[in-house]
Design a protein around this ligand. Structure first.
Ligand code: FAD
Length: 525
């Protein structure tokens, strides 16, 4: 597996979990948790990482009550645990109450909002709704106190500071300040609503939110701050004499293994060639990781797997050891009378537990043409595109390969199967939704195998231009219309001063590029 690169324990405030730590961390914890199950190759997850990091940083002081964590489901060592938590799409956000005794996959949490503030408020809502014995002891009670209680507090002397946040019913500032002050001693924060106008007047609260402070010496008053914002209130309270951060007690420090930061060696390769290693790594990841996130398959899922495997078994242009494995899998799936299969049975076959000679699929990821300049870039989605293009090109070159499958003479069959794979199994849900939209718009118009090849090429270029400049773009492989002029000069022409495609030439180029003859089994140029 590769090292988790989107989040680094120690450096980021995000708690980096893995198969070894997630259960122990979230079960019977004295704090609640929000965990992002992500995939380090998912472009949307990469784009979202800065928000999640900033959120964790922003609520660092809330850790005794609630924690922000992340777990990378693309790491093979985490495969089983992501299955256990029933994670099929990335990112998936789950909330875990404090003190859960039995195993739970967590509650779905609305985490995927670009507005950090929205996610922070969702955390508060979840905390407040998780009543019933699951209250983190370090978490202050977030419900408002009756405003009248404030008067009686004023009489007491010698206790800690009590800060009462007066605010409207819909305001979150009071609760945010309460949580901000969790690690500080000698300070209690409460909140009260602004419902009793007469009382507010009596206390001198002229606007909300306001903070009414009861000092250990018994003096009480509204504090004076420049702006009624969370950070102003919190930093004022933290700066009071006698208010200190509690000695650091971190009873639940996770066993943080030294992470082997990806020391992948860059290998030069030839951009005009297709590499067996990329296609096989893709199949390995698809069969042993992506599909394996499902415990069992039935209905549309099972039908999609069967059709997809049939397609690959008939059209995969790679080494015979792999083709034989795919054929075995296809025959086995076809022969099954069951309408529901446990995925472990597929894994048994893929791992060739029967030890049939000449049947083998690498169980290691080795990217060549899909190498990224950082481990989280390119890789699987790149390989999947290449596999898809290869399939459309092979279906055009060898139509007879599909005879007897029900796919023969159906020019849309390959694309429709790829579309169903993406919709049903591809972990990047956003990608799937975009792809589905494109398919809905124009797939029906495909009438020949040549049009199928060109359709996928065109759609891929649309994706390329949509993703250009985003965080998931590898600077070494900028997203651009493909093939570039240097790869295929004949594909480009100038029409009235504008760069345009010669689609006839593009088709020829794709047929050559994604052909058996262009496939290299070696790992270097
Ligand atoms: P990729 O786009 O993965 O391309 C891989 C290789 O294919 C290129 O290096 C090149 O050799 C070749 N190639 C490039 N363009 C074409 C073309 N037009 N025709 C034929 N071959 C070509 N990520 C998101 O962030 N949001 C999305 O919505 C999204 N949707 C996706 C949908 C699908 C179906 C797939 C498979 C992936 C999707 N991704 C999405 C991932 C994204 O498209 C890239 O795969 C990923 O960012 C890695 O980029 P890359 O630089 O390796 O090039």
């Amino acid at each position: 597996g590769r090292a988790t690169q989107l989040y680094r324990s120690g450096e980021d405030a995000v708690w980096v979990l893995d198969s070894g730590s997630v259960r122990g961390a979230t079960a019977n914890s004295s704090a609640a948790w929000v965990v992002q199950f992500y995939s380090s190759w998912c472009g949307h997850c990469i784009g979202y990482a800065p928000t999640w990091r900033a959120l964790a940083e922003d609520v660092r002081d809330w850790a005794a009550a609630i924690r922000v964590a992340a777990l990378d489901c693309a790491e093979e060592k985490n495969l089983e645990v992501c299955r256990t938590y029933d994670i099929h799409f990335y990112p998936t956000f789950r909330y875990f109450k404090a003190f859960t005794k039995e195993f739970t996959p967590g509650e779905n949490f609305k985490g995927a909002d670009r507005e950090l503030q929205t996610v922070r408020r969702n955390m508060i809502d979840f905390l407040q709704n998780s009543l019933g014995g699951a209250w983190p002891p370090a978490c202050p009670l977030l419900e408002p106190v009756p405003p009248h209680d404030v008067l009686s507090l004023c009489d007491s002397q010698g206790g800690p500071y009590v800060a009462v946040m007066f605010e409207s019913n819909s305001s979150y500032v009071g609760r945010e300040v309460m949580l901000d002050m969790v690690p500080y001693e000698n300070m209690l924060v409460k909140r009260a609503l602004d419902s009793d106008g007469a009382l507010l007047k009596k206390l001198g609260v002229s606007s909300v939110p306001s903070c009414y402070l009861i000092r250990p010496n018994g003096t009480c008053s509204v504090i004076n701050i420049a702006k009624p914002l969370r950070s102003f209130f919190s930093s004022y309270l933290k700066s009071l004499p006698g208010v200190r951060k509690k000695p650091l007690s971190q009873p639940e420090l996770l066993s943080r293994e030294e992470e082997s930061v990806g020391t992948t060696v860059w290998r030069e390769f030839d951009r005009s060639r297709l590499y067996t290693a990329d296609l096989e790594s893709t199949l390995h990841y698809l069969l042993r990781v992506e599909l394996a996130s499902h415990r069992s398959l039935e209905g549309e899922e099972l039908r999609t797997l069967k059709d997809f495997v049939t397609l690959v078994a008939k059209l995969f242009p790679g080494r015979p050891t792999v083709t034989r494995l795919l054929e075995l899998l296809q025959e086995w799936l076809a022969s099954l009378p069951l309408d529901r299969i446990p995925y472990d049975a597929v894994l048994d076959l893929v791992n060739n537990r029967m030890r049939i000679s000449g049947v083998f699929l690498t169980n290691q990821v080795q990217w060549v043409g899909c190498q990224g300049s950082r481990p989280e870039l390119r890789g699987y989605p790149c390989g999947l595109w290449k596999l898809f293009h290869t399939l459309t090109v092979q279906a055009r070159a060898y139509p007879e390969a599909l005879s007897g499958t029900g796919f023969e003479g159906a020019p849309q069959a390959v694309l429709q199967t790829l579309r169903r794979y993406i919709r049903t199994f591809f972990g990047c849900r956003e990608c799937g939704e975009h792809f589905e939209e494109m398919a809905k718009d124009s797939l029906e118009a495909v009438k020949t195998p040549e049009q199928a090849v060109l359709w996928l090429w065109k759609k891929h270029n649309i994706v390329n231009s949509r993703l250009a400049g985003q965080l998931s773009e590898d600077p070494r492989f900028p997203k651009a219309p493909w093939p570039t002029p240097d790869l295929c000069p004949a594909c480009h022409e100038e029409v009235k001063g504008l760069d345009s495609w010669d689609e006839g030439q593009v088709l020829l180029f794709l047929q050559q590029y994604y052909s058996r003859a262009n496939l290299l089994d070696t790992y270097s140029a």
